[in-house]
Design a protein around this ligand. Structure first.
Ligand SMILES: [Mg+2]
Length: 241
């Protein structure tokens, strides 16, 4: 017998990361970083292996913050490198196209069918974010997409999650679920007070890193999110159509 001391809050909003969570990355971010570094010399002050290790560890954070570190605090150099990164990312998208994490669009639609609002968040600038969304044909699928510039600070700060809550008029932080592939995604969800935070294994970081960051659960991919929410009675599983 199960005793419920209090009913869990009704979930209203799901905040999903883009690259590595809903959008297949396939090394595109790393390649774009490499092109930006080559074109601007932003990481010339450190061994490339160290720069790449920093890029991997900080995956999910605001790109300007990552480049500011690589540039040794030189904000102007970081801004130039960020512009080069966005340009390189757009080139690669044009060369290779954009691919969803398999099943992501259906998963998002399933969350919406369950009555939830779905917001995408990213560390990319709006121009890159919108190129991805247009490439996937998701403009009408998601309710909103946010970049760090729309929110204030990038991840791991809570700003993107809290801005999603405010913009969608969600009732409470406990009514928000967050899912992402990086430690920064999980930390931003925890810092925002989200009621449920999931890590996914389709991107940058592994299960132990995501659990250590405070994930309530680590899922193979975003297609498992809806059932994970239903298992915790955060969501009523709609009868299968
Ligand atoms: Mg990501």
């Amino acid at each position: 017998m199960t005793t419920h001391l209090s009913a869990p809050p009704a979930l209203e909003l799901v905040v999903l990361d883009m690259a590595g969570t809903t959008v297949l990355d396939g090394g595109v971010v790393e390649t774009a970083f490499q092109r930006a570094a080559e074109r601007t010399g932003v990481a010339d002050g450190m061994p490339w292996d160290d720069a790449l290790a920093h890029v991997r560890a900080t995956m999910g954070q605001s790109k300007i913050d990552v480049f500011t570190h690589l540039a040794g605090g030189d904000r102007a150099a970081a801004e130039q490198a960020t512009a080069a990164f966005e340009g390189a990312y757009a080139e690669i998208v044009a060369e290779q196209g954009v691919t969803e994490i398999p099943g992501a669009a259906d998963a998002i639609q399933g969350l919406k069918d369950a009555g939830l609002t779905v917001v995408l968040t990213t560390g990319f600038a709006p121009v890159t974010r919108d190129a991805l969304i247009d490439g996937l044909g998701w403009s009408d699928l998601v309710d909103l997409a946010l970049s760090p510039v729309d929110a204030g600070r990038g991840r791991p700060a809570p700003d993107l999650v809290l801005t999603a809550l405010i913009r969608t008029q969600t009732s409470a932080v406990a009514s928000v679920a967050v899912a992402g592939d990086t430690v920064s995604d999980v930390e931003s969800g925890r810092r925002a007070g989200a009621g449920f935070v999931a890590g996914v294994l389709t991107g940058a970081h592994d299960s132990s890193a995501l659990e250590l960051a405070g994930a309530d659960v680590v899922l193979p991919d975003v297609t498992h999110l809806r059932s994970a929410l239903a298992e915790r009675a955060l969501l009523a599983l709609a009868p299968s159509a």
